[in-house]
Ligand binder design. Structure first.
Ligand SMILES: [Zn+2]
Length: 587
């Protein structure tokens, strides 16, 4: 990274982090800061903080943090240069002509171009004599030519070199075609097409770029579906098929289908808000991605056993992401594509009916339980209730709970009070084990034994806390650097990461730079998050010149202790007592 400093500062000035983040997250004011539900992990109470004072963010739930550039890197899945470019476009600035390493960004651009040309080529092939088998397949699945064009569907013929030859004739180099995952490379360096004799489904991102393909084979060979592997422009676990269409549908609900053909059939029947995963099971990232564009997800998986398993898994992930859930059951055990094909012109109304009849995920889970047990037998009844109570305990709304308790009571002829009693017993047990695991996590965090960024931290907690407190103060008050330097040299730092930061920040301040402006470009994502945790920590808030003096004393003291070879390890308690002392001296 070597973008001019002044340019980065201008980018940050013109892209206020609160403005930028609020187009992805609902933010509320809390004191001087803003808080919201974190877009990077599922949560029900907000731990995502924006610090307007220094233009940064930090999530206490998942530990992600950084500046506005980091935020865009994470949420748009871009590298540093492309995130800066994204923000430059947002505020109408031109990127500097040169002077920075742009080779990765250039390769990404070529991959987008190669993918776009490949999609054009596959579409053209579909309507050529070569593509008849593919076109027959789509027509046989009742897709209209209009739908085929809308999704840019195509056909990769059986020849091993068709696409490679075509792309090379357009000036693409072998390494670019391979990097796009459109071709494989043999040991002798020759390349050949990855997709052969397959109907092709382009995957398009929200900016309209073709980022990948899915291909379905026209013979009995395996695998039936082949998808682009991860490339510099594509991460399978973080994208969804047809989200570009769904985003423009204006619906606050998404229909989650199992495969490409389901999505397309549902779309053709007039529901633009259908999406599918890309040949893998639903991931937490995809659930959070859906949360950005919808409040509710209607799960529409196949009725077979695999589909039902996938439904149960999806319910957990979507609930964790904070989405409302409905589950569609297609009549007669059909998949949606088949169901719509059989209905023909009446597909729209029939499917709308199915959606309207779909129950929420609770009803779906209770129904599945009901099928498992014979409710005429006492033993089964008890087992059924035990499991049902667990399901009810997981919902937040007391009113909803009451409704289901009275339903269950009627069904099983067990009094509502007994069901309630059993539920509160279960909840108590659950809360207890939750508290226990929270406590364990807290202990682990305090002791920092699994700290990958600053592994020395747990061995020298007293020094580390003083170092961090000092760093936070120094970044906030760059004018105090010479005072600090007159009393403290970098070799006195006991933890290596903090020493690195001390050298980095004093260097920046001496050269007249804003200490924080290039952090996201100069450090890894995890390191950046740690730096902004330090900057926005309680230590920073309460830092004064007197705490500074105390911290310098602690660091010097720990250093001389080390010199006298007193290696007694400080306990975890030290961190807490130190924080207490700092607070007291502040008051
Ligand atoms: Zn988070």
């Amino acid at each position: 990274m070597a973008l001019p400093e002044s340019f980065i500062i201008e980018i940050k000035e013109r892209n206020d982090i609160t403005d930028v983040a609020s187009s992805y997250v609902n933010l509320k004011k809390r004191g001087r800061n803003m808080v919201g539900l974190c877009p990077f992990h599922g949560e029900k109470t907000p731990s995502f903080n924006i610090y307007t004072e220094n233009g940064s963010f930090y999530c206490f739930g998942c530990g992600v943090g950084g500046d506005v550039i980091t935020f865009i890197m994470k949420i748009e899945n871009l590298d540093y240069i492309d995130a800066v470019r994204f923000l430059a476009q947002r505020c109408g600035l031109n990127m500097p002509e040169d002077g920075y390493d742009d080779s990765m960004s250039a390769l990404r651009k070529r991959i987008y171009e190669a993918n776009r040309e490949a999609a054009r080529f596959f579409y053209k092939t579909l309507y050529s004599p070569n593509g008849k088998v593919g076109l027959d397949y789509f027509h046989g699945r009742a897709l209209s030519d209009r739908t085929i064009r809308h999704f840019g569907l195509g056909y990769a013929d059986a020849n091993s070199y068709s696409l490679c030859d075509h792309l090379r004739s357009l000036g693409f180099k072998n390494n670019e075609i391979v990097a796009a995952n459109l071709a494989f490379q043999r040991d002798n360096g020759n390349i050949f097409d990855r997709f052969r004799d397959r109907v092709m489904f382009p995957i398009i991102d929200l900016r309209g770029n073709v980022i990948a393909f899915g291909g379905r084979i026209m013979t009995d060979q395996k695998p039936k579906y082949l998808n682009t592997s991860d490339t510099p422009v594509f991460k399978k676990s973080a994208n969804l098929f047809s989200l570009n269409n769904a985003k423009n549908s204006g619906e606050k609900a998404l229909i989650l289908c199992e495969g490409y053909m389901d999505v397309i059939a549902v779309n053709q029947a007039g529901f633009q808000n259908a999406v599918a995963t890309l040949g893998t099971a639903l991931t937490p990232e995809q659930a959070l991605l859906m949360k950005r564009y919808a409040d509710e997800v209607i799960i529409c998986y196949d009725s077979d056993e695999a589909g039902q398993k996938a439904t149960a898994r999806a319910i957990d992930l979507l609930r964790n992401a904070g989405l409302l859930i409905k589950v569609i059951t297609i009549p007669d055990g059909k998949d949606p594509d088949e169901f719509l094909r059989n209905r023909g012109a009446e597909g729209h109304d029939a499917f709308k009916n199915v959606i309207e009849r779909s129950g929420n995920d609770l009803e779906y889970r209770l129904e599945k339980l009901r099928r498992k047990y014979n409710l005429n037998q006492t033993e089964d009844k008890v087992a059924f209730l035990t499991e049902a109570v667990r399901i009810l305990a997981s919902i937040d709304s007391a009113i909803e709970q009451d409704v289901y308790i009275s339903k269950l009571s009627k069904e099983t002829e067990v009094s509502p009070d007994s069901i309630k009693q059993q539920m509160s017993k279960y909840q108590k047990r659950k809360r207890y084990s939750q508290r226990k695991s929270d406590f364990r996590n807290l202990q682990q965090n305090l002791s920092g034994r699994n700290d990958k960024i600053n592994p020395d931290r747990y061995k020298k907690p007293r020094a580390a806390v003083a170092e961090e407190s000092l760093l936070a103060y120094m970044i906030k008050h760059p004018d105090k650097l010479s005072l600090i330097e007159s009393q403290l040299s970098s070799e006195k730092f006991q933890t290596e990461f903090n020493r690195k930061l001390y050298i980095y920040f004093s260097d920046r301040i001496k050269n007249g730079y804003d200490p924080l402006s290039s952090v996201s470009g100069d450090f890894t994502g995890d390191e950046t998050a740690r730096i902004f945790r330090i900057v926005n920590s309680e230590f920073s808030r309460i830092a004064t010149e007197s705490t500074l003096r105390e911290n310098i004393n602690v660091i010097n003291d720990e250093y001389s202790k080390l010199k006298t070879a007193d290696m007694a390890t400080a306990s975890d308690e030290d961190i807490a007592s130190q924080l207490r002392r700092l607070r007291e001296s502040h008051q």
